[in-house]
Design a protein around this ligand. Structure first.
Ligand code: RET
Length: 240
């Protein structure tokens, strides 16, 4: 007999709160698109879509869809709540977050495409890890995901940084700060996965709270910081 590890009213409350924050973020980013010259709007529009997709994902989770119950490995007596809705959100929004950064840095399109493909590998292998019933293979998929993640970080600190500084010291300085925060915050997602889907150390409510905090920092807070501090040299029309 499986006893479920699932969220309570607390978890649901956190989900609703983040839905509200993401919706508010979308309204703010919509306003910034209207205040920005048409030719320079892409970063703002892109960030608007990031919080809008997250709001939809949180609305789905708060209303009880986009989840499954997974039995795996040594915890065969427990079926754990798994919100795969997050991964649909991330498959769309993590490339858009990277796109924000590459627009600032002025990275060539060919490199943006490679970065986005690596990002999709990271999210899809992470999703398979979350569903995998065999604990050893689950960590195998986790490892594939981490390899893609390390490649992304490597690209951001090498080519990304070089391109950003080519656009000028102001863009380079902002890129340095904002990419550092992205790397730190994103690195906590595999940690959360390890403590939840990986080892079951955190409860379903704690998992929701952990991801809630990370998502709010990674999307609206990070996005607002970026759109408010782009210097004129950082504006882009379309990357070559
Ligand atoms: C997974 C699974 C296992 C290994 C790794 C992962 C990385 C996930 C990341 C997610 C970022 C999400 C963001 C959401 C924004 O709100 C898939 C957890 C490396 C980096 C930024």
């Amino acid at each position: 007999m499986h006893h479920p590890e699932e969220s309570t009213q607390w978890g649901r409350t956190y989900l609703w709160i983040v839905f509200g924050i993401m919706t508010l973020g979308s309204l703010v980013f919509y306003a910034t698109t209207q205040k920005t010259s048409y030719r320079y709007r892409l970063v703002h529009v892109n960030t608007f879509f990031i919080t809008t997709i997250a709001a939809i994902s949180y609305f789905a989770m708060a209303t009880g869809v986009g989840k499954d119950y997974i039995v795996s490995g040594s915890h065969t007596d427990v079926s754990r709540e798994f919100f795969y809705a997050r991964y649909i959100d991330w498959a769309l929004t993590t490339p858009l977050l990277l796109f924000d950064l590459t627009l600032l840095a002025g990275i060539p399109v060919a490199e943006i495409i490679v970065l986005i493909l690596a990002d999709e590998i990271m999210i899809i292998t992470g999703l398979i890890a979350g569903f995998h019933p065999n604990l050893t293979y689950r960590w195998g998929f986790f490892t594939f995901s981490c390899i893609a993640f390390v490649f992304i970080i490597f690209s951001l600190v090498t080519s990304g940084r070089q391109n950003a500084f080519l656009r000028g010291p102001k863009v380079g300085g902002l890129y340095n700060q904002i990419s550092l925060v992205l790397i730190i915050v994103w690195s906590l997602y595999p940690v959360a996965f390890g403590l939840c889907e990986g080892s079951g150390k955190l409860s379903a409510d704690q998992e929701i709270l952990f991801f809630a905090i990370l998502d709010v920092i990674a999307k609206p807070i990070w996005g607002l910081w970026l759109v408010l501090s782009i210097p004129d040299e950082g504006h882009v029309l379309i990357p070559e």
